[in-house]
Design a protein around this ligand. Structure first.
Ligand SMILES: [Zn+2]
Length: 175
């Protein structure tokens, strides 16, 4: 993937002031997402343009496939997240907002690329816990319930009361 390549172009020049909405689709590979992302990434762009700035909000929606944390069967994990970019032609104004999502654009730039933001947002939106799910009794919905139960037993957080006690003891010994 070349760095100069524009992944998801949004044309800014020629847009009238006001609200514009677009629906775009990108393949995961095209924007540099890992192979766990098997489905096209749908991006809904809401763009509000004034004479000096553009506020762009993108809602991204896709899904990824991971092995279940408990039974290793593939699970489809929905990945939905939004990001907002404020594009200002005025660097002073952009600095005022002091937000990493704010950037200064060259007023002569005809288009911006939201590909890297879309990729990073999708990667950050992957849930930490990826399991087949649980029924209303908290029983795992994994096909291999035996493996799942064993995995759940190991998931239980250690009893932190003992940690507190150990800390007290350590303090005692240091005195
Ligand atoms: Zn499972």
């Amino acid at each position: 993937m070349k760095h100069s390549e524009i992944l998801i172009p949004i044309r800014i020049s020629g847009l009238s002031d006001g609200v514009h909405e677009f629906d775009l689709v990108a393949t995961p590979a095209a924007i540099g997402l890992p192979p766990e992302f098997r489905e096209d990434v749908a991006v809904h762009v809401h763009l509000d343009k004034t004479h000096s700035q553009v506020v762009l909000t993108a809602d991204i929606r896709t899904q990824a496939e991971f092995p279940c944390d408990r039974c290793l069967e593939p699970v489809h994990v929905p990945v939905t997240q939004s990001f907002t970019l404020m594009l200002s032609k005025d660097s002073a104004e952009a600095k005022l907002v002091d937000d990493e999502d704010t950037r200064v654009i060259d007023p002569n730039e005809p288009l911006i690329d939201i590909g890297p933001d879309t990729r990073d947002t999708a990667l950050l939106a992957i849930p930490m816990r990826r399991v087949c799910g649980e029924d209303e009794n908290g029983e795992p919905l994994c096909v291999d319930t035996e493996t799942a139960r064993r995995a759940i037993a190991q998931e239980r957080p250690p009893d932190t009361r003992w940690d507190a006690l150990a800390k007290l003891k350590a303090l005692d010994e240091n005195e």
